[in-house]
Design a protein around this ligand. Structure first.
Ligand code: UD1
Length: 384
């Protein structure tokens, strides 16, 4: 009999590709546990949210909190308040709440659950950039501190948690669910003609993504990046799907028209999951400040230059095809020359990035929380 429920939380673009494979891996257990999905509404535009539900074949959310955008404090407070109200108003409280990644929804929902003593599972635990100016780093540290089960996606994660004094009983190395989604979507992505539609040829362009506040929010950091992209585009056409935050800032600083007037820079709206995967997999290289793209390019063996001073995913550098270039754009240009003449590093596989992380996660959660809940339920019924 299905007398347990687990609540899965997703709110922003990078959450959807992490939750999708876990929800799928939960299906075989649907007779013993209901998987409830809560979409917080942190991201709400069709191209930041709906397209992921369609392409990743996710069920419509059971609950939509509709929180929307605002300052960090405002957004986190709204998320905390709305998710707590949802949990308290549920006829059947979940046996645990599963949060993924490092966005504001991750921390707020973990905190709401922990405060009312509902166990929290954090998928992608232990990542550390050691840069507390990043909002995501604070979200990671705080979420890990209050979670009951920490599921680690990359080798450095366990070391970081041990250094922070986390007991080994609270953590498991699950591998990387983002790669599960990539593996399952790659055949559909490969069949698309996205490069041609964007006016570039396979292997003859670079893909650009930028959205970190530290890169785009201030003119001092955005202007040199725009100048750099213009310079790179003299030799390699660039495709740049522009995040809403970045578009807003480019327009605000009068840089949108500068980029748009460059023939070799193709600006477009944020791409769907499959279109983005298609563009990554046949790019000559990728320039990005994203976290997930560092992992995806490493899996695909595509060179990635990370336009940030640090990474919370060091395996992508040590084993993979990623290089952290920070704001040393001269270094980035030397690496681009290496990539173009074929001498850039090739990269190797990261343990547990194998397309099966979600199955391991579902198994761990069921064993840890659902069997306990079933036993408690049976004991309570027997006592009646
Ligand atoms: C958030 C995450 C970041 C993640 C990124 C991926 C946090 C702290 N940051 O940053 O870790 O890498 O998402 O996209 O949670 N906006 C829209 N449509 C939307 C969503 C946002 O237009 O669907 C606009 C908002 O009006 C806002 C801006 O984009 O001005 C930023 O959105 P927000 O969720 O605050 O942060 P992101 O920069 O997207």
């Amino acid at each position: 009999m299905c007398n347990s429920k687990i609540t899965f939380v997703a709110g922003a673009r990078p959450n959807f590709m992490k939750i999708a494979p876990i929800l799928r891996a939960m299906r075989p257990y649907s007779r013993v546990v209901k998987a409830e999905m809560v979409h917080t509404g942190q991201h709400y535009s069709p191209e930041m949210s709906d397209v992921f539900f369609e392409q990743l074949e996710m069920p419509a959310p059971d609950v939509f909190l509709g929180v929307g955008s605002g300052t960090h404090g405002w957004q986190t407070a709204r998320l905390l308040e709305s998710f707590e109200a949802h949990l308290l108003g549920s006829a059947q409280p979940p046996v645990c709440v599963v949060v993924v990644g490092d966005v504001n929804s991750t921390l707020a929902c973990a905190l709401a659950a922990a405060k009312i003593c509902i166990p929290v599972v954090h998928v992608e635990a232990g990542l550390r950039s050691f840069d507390r100016t990043m909002p995501e780093e604070l979200n990671r540290i705080a979420t890990d501190a209050i979670s009951d089960l920490l599921l680690v996606s990359e080798p450095s994660g366990k070391d970081n948690l041990i250094r922070e004094g986390v007991s080994p009983h609270r953590m498991e190395y699950s591998g990387n669910v983002m790669i599960d989604t990539l593996v399952s979507q790659l055949p559909m992505a490969t069949a698309l003609d996205t490069p041609a539609m964007l006016g570039v040829a396979d292997r003859a362009y670079a893909l650009v993504t930028l959205h970190r506040p530290s890169n785009v929010d201030k003119l001092d950091s955005l202007l040199p990046l725009v100048a750099f992209l213009t310079k790179v585009a003299r030799n390699v056409p660039l495709v740049f799907p522009v995040h809403p935050r970045t578009k807003l800032k480019l327009e605000m600083f009068g840089l949108w028209d500068t980029l748009r007037s460059e023939d070799n820079i193709k600006l477009c709206d944020p791409l769907g999951y499959r279109e983005n995967l298609r563009m990554m997999s046949s790019a000559c290289f990728v320039l990005s400040d994203s976290g997930g793209i560092q992992e995806e390019t490493t899996f695909l063996g595509i060179p990635c230059l990370t336009l940030r001073p640090n990474t919370e995913r060091p395996s992508t550098v040590v084993l993979g095809t990623n290089t952290v270039v920070g704001n040393d754009l001269g270094y980035a240009q030397r690496l681009i020359a290496e990539i173009c003449c074929g001498t850039y590093k090739a990269g190797a596989a990261v343990p547990g990035w194998d397309g099966h992380a979600a199955e391991r996660i579902a198994n761990l959660i069921i064993n840890r929380f659902v069997e306990t809940a079933q036993n408690e339920f049976a004991a309570a019924e027997a006592a009646l």
